[in-house]
Design a protein around this ligand. Sequence first.
Ligand code: F6P
Length: 343
Amino acid sequence: MRVGLLTGGGDCPGLNAVIRAVVRKGERHYGDELVGFLDGWKGVLDRQTMPLDVERCRGILPKGGTMLGTSRTNPYKVEGGSQRALDNLRAEGIDALVAIGGDDTLGVANKLAGEGLMVVGVPKTIDNDLSATEVTFGFDTAVQIATDAIDRLHTTAESHDRVMVVEVMGRHAGWIATQAGIAGGAAEILIPEEPFDIDAICERLKGRHNRGRYASLVVVAEGTVPVEGTMEVQSGELDAFGHVRLGGIANRVAQGIEERTGFETRVTILGHVQRGGTPTAFDRILATRFGIAAIDAAHAGATGQMVALQAGHIVLVPLEEAVGASKTVDPDLYHGVAEAFFG
Ligand code: F6P
């Protein structure tokens, strides 16, 4: 078989591990020819490819980013784009495509499957917000990076009796904030699923500091919003999938805290640091398992399916199911565990 691969959307530690696994099993076990499309769906539209083989994948397992490059190109937002994608894949002689991405990339894969493309999806996002899989690779790495940052901020916060507001990624779901906040001992965790009340937060912080604590860590997911009408927030430009470019809510939260409490407050926005660098062992292993399962699925003719982790096992689920709704933070984890340490 001639198997195509692409990585789309924001990059994520573990992408190279998936590519390596698909290539390894494809070449050595199935005798496949493998070809990479550069920069996600853009490479399909522009017919930008590179040959892939075991030799070319040597040494990429621990490397962050993606050797294929990535973009947020959406063929359905380009005039005649989906037909061009299908024509180009046919012209390249692709029998099956492995699309590695988040809900946007896999949403396109799902639509193209409906138009007759043989495609298997691999879920990727540091946000961990894809349905149908318990976890996506990249998430564990992001949580570890955020936790390390919170640990470091604790010591400087304590030295200066300050409130530290740390902004982490998480557009629609606050998984990174919740887990890094629990792991790092945050005094408050603000997530998109739960609009925040700045007055209530400040009352809890004041109570905490009255009890003799003079430093507090507040973790904020970038997609967090205040309870309607309580605070003004800025909006940014949109990308090809209609997402607002986020970043900066932590500044508004910090300002609100300082004004209401008088506590000296500083902001750290972790941003793309969370997506860079080497994946954790957990992410390398999960990515490798996904890659092996994806090439097996391609050979089994499982088109329109996505590999997923469920109860510790790799399973196949319809792409439709995976991209239908985003997976938000488990209320039991947020209210039952994280919230027990607020204030
Ligand atoms: O891939 C998901 C994500 O990391 C989000 O958490 C974040 O909002 C977004 O990507 C950032 O996108 P970009 O890399 O285009 O700035």
